[in-house]
Design a protein around this ligand. Structure first.
Ligand SMILES: Cc1cc2nc3c(=O)[nH]c(=O)nc-3n(C[C@H](O)[C@H](O)[C@H](O)COP(=O)(O)OP(=O)(O)OC[C@H]3O[C@@H](n4cnc5c(N)ncnc54)[C@H](O)[C@@H]3O)c2cc1C
Length: 410
C-alpha cells in the first residue's frame, strides 16, 4: 500500500508546479505537491519576471500583480537596454502605453519570488505541500504512477505533473526526452552590490559583447542596491569554441573597458552559480499515459531571451485545465492527454519559433549593429521594437527579410 494516494501529484514547487497547483485549486481540485527543498530556497536565474508572469498571475487573482507592485522585495521594471556588439545602446520600453500604473515586468531574487508563490500555495486548502521530499523513483501500476521519495515515502497518483526543473529525472527516465546541445543553453549568475550606472527606470540590460558572441552578458538591477549579473550561451557553441563560461564571465568583468569601469567599486556577494536552460526551440512530446511535463521539465525556455518563468507558469495553467478534463472523463491515456501538447504549443509555439529566428540574428553582429544604430535615430523603428514586447504580430515582422531590406535602404 502506498503511504499517500491522490488523483494529482505535482513534482516540483517552482513557478511551473506551484502555478499548476494554484490553477487546480482555483477550479476546486485538490492536489499534492512535493519539492526536495524547503522554502525559501535559491534558484539560479536572472530574476527577471516578464509581462507573461504578470498575465498568468492576473488569471489566478487580479490582486496579485498589484501585491507584487507593493512588495519591497520586487522591483518594477519598465524596459530593456540592448547593447550592440559595436557598443551602441538602445533603450526599449516594455510598453508604449505610458499611463500603465502597474509595471509591465518585475525583477526579484528567485528566493523571494518563489517564496511569495509558495505562501500562496500554502494558503489554499485544496493543496497539500510536502517540502524536503525528493522523488527518487517512479513505477507504474494499473491505476497510474507511484513516486517513491528518498526517505521511502510512496505517493500513488492517477496523474503526475512533472515540474522538477531543467534536470528533471522524470523527463529523462519516464518521458524519454534527451537534452540536445543545440537546443540547450548554460547560464551563470552572481549577485553584486554597488554596480555603477544602473538605469533609473530599472531597465534590464542585455549586452551583446564582441568577445561573448553568440552568448550575452546581462546586468539586471534588484532591490536593495543589488544587481544580478550573468552570462548565457548555447551549449553547442560553447563546446565548439571550447569556452569556459566562468572564465569568460570573469574576463568580461576585468577586461571589457565599458563593463570594468561600472564594476570598479562593486562588491561581489556570494559565489558564481551555473545552471542549464533547456530551450523550447524544438517541439517535443510533452505528455503520455498518466503524465504531463511542465516548465523547464518540458524544455520551454525562450531561445532568444532565456525567459522561462512565464512559460513555466503558463504550462502549469494549461496542465491544470487538462488535468480537470482527465478527471471529468476519467481518462488518463496518452491519446486523451495529448490535447495538453496541442493547446500549449498553440499558445507558445509561434513565439518560441520567432525567438529561435531572433537567436540567429546574434550570428550576424553587423546586422545587429545596424538595427541598433538606425533605431537610435528613427523614432518609428524604436516604437516598433517597443511594440514587439507587447504584441506577437509585431515581433513577427522581425522574421521577414523585407523588414531588414527596408531598414537598410530607407
Ligand atoms: C542563469 C539563468 C538565468 C535565467 N534568467 C531568467 C530570467 O531572468 N527570467 C526568466 O523568466 N527565466 C530565467 N531563467 C529560466 C528560469 O529560471 C526557469 O525557466 C524557471 O525557473 C522554470 O521554472 P520551473 O518551475 O519549471 O523549474 P524550477 O524553478 O527549477 O523548479 C523546479 C523545482 O523542482 C524541485 N525538484 C527538482 N527535482 C526534484 C525531485 N526529484 N523531487 C522533488 N522536487 C524536485 C526543485 O527543488 C525546484 O524547486 C534563467 C535560468 C538560468 C539558469
Amino acid at each position: 500500500m502506498p503511504d499517500f494516494e491522490t488523483d494529482i501529484l505535482i513534482i516540483g514547487a517552482g513557478p511551473a508546479g506551484a502555478g499548476a497547483a494554484l490553477f487546480l485549486a482555483k477550479m476546486g481540485i485538490s492536489s499534492f505537491i512535493v519539492d526536495r527543498s524547503t522554502f525559501p530556497r535559491d534558484k539560479v536565474c536572472g530574476d527577471a519576471l516578464s509581462g507573461k508572469v504578470v498575465e498568468v498571475l492576473n488569471k489566478l487573482d487580479k490582486g496579485w500583480a498589484a501585491e507584487l507592485n507593493q512588495n519591497e522585495k520586487m522591483m518594477d521594471s519598465w524596459g530593456v537596454t540592448f547593447v550592440a556588439p559595436n557598443g551602441k545602446s538602445l533603450r526599449v520600453p516594455f510598453s508604449t502605453k505610458k499611463e500603465k500604473k502597474t509595471a509591465p515586468g518585475f525583477i526579484s531574487k528567485r528566493i523571494d519570488f518563489d517564496y511569495w508563490l509558495i505562501e500562496k500555495v500554502k494558503s489554499q486548502k485544496q493543496i497539500t505541500l510536502f517540502e524536503a521530499t525528493e522523488i527518487r523513483n517512479y513505477s507504474r501500476t494499473n491505476l497510474g504512477i507511484i513516486a517513491t521519495a528518498k526517505d521511502g515515502k510512496t505517493f500513488s497518483a492517477k496523474m503526475v505533473i512533472a515540474a522538477d526543473g531543467a534536470y528533471s529525472s522524470f523527463t529523462k527516465d519516464i518521458a524519454g526526452l534527451k537534452t540536445e546541445p543545440q537546443h540547450n543553453c548554460f547560464g551563470l549568475r552572481s549577485y553584486f552590490k554597488n554596480v555603477r550606472g544602473l538605469d533609473e527606470e530599472n531597465f534590464i540590460e542585455l549586452h551583446f559583447l564582441k568577445e561573448m558572441l553568440p552568448g550575452y552578458f546581462w546586468i539586471f538591477p534588484l532591490p536593495g542596491g543589488y544587481a544580478n549579473v550573468g552570462v548565457g550561451m548555447r551549449a553547442d557553441k560553447m563546446n565548439n569554441k571550447k569556452i569556459n563560461l566562468k572564465k569568460a564571465f570573469e574576463s568580461v568583468l576585468q577586461s571589457n573597458p565599458a563593463i570594468r569601469e561600472r564594476f570598479a567599486g562593486a562588491e561581489q556577494m556570494g559565489e558564481v552559480k551555473l545552471h542549464g536552460l533547456p530551450l523550447g526551440s524544438k517541439k517535443r512530446k510533452l505528455s503520455g499515459d498518466n503524465y504531463m511535463l511542465c516548465g523547464d521539465a518540458a524544455l520551454l525556455i525562450d531561445p532568444f531571451t532565456g525567459e522561462g518563468i512565464g512559460n513555466a507558469m503558463m504550462s502549469g495553467m494549461y496542465a491544470a485545465s487538462q488535468a480537470v478534463l482527465c478527471l471529468q472523463h476519467n481518462n488518463f491515456t496518452a491519446a486523451f492527454i495529448h490535447n495538453y501538447d496541442r493547446e500549449l504549443y498553440k499558445r507558445l509555439w509561434p513565439e518560441l519559433q520567432l525567438s529561435y529566428r531572433m537567436q540567429q540574428l546574434v550570428n550576424f553582429p553587423s546586422l545587429f549593429n545596424i538595427v541598433v544604430n538606425k533605431a537610435n535615430t528613427n523614432k518609428m523603428l524604436r516604437e516598433t521594437i517597443s511594440c514587439m514586447f507587447e504584441d506577437i504580430d509585431m515581433r513577427a515582422r522581425l522574421k521577414s527579410p523585407s523588414f531588414y531590406f527596408k531598414l537598410l535602404f530607407q
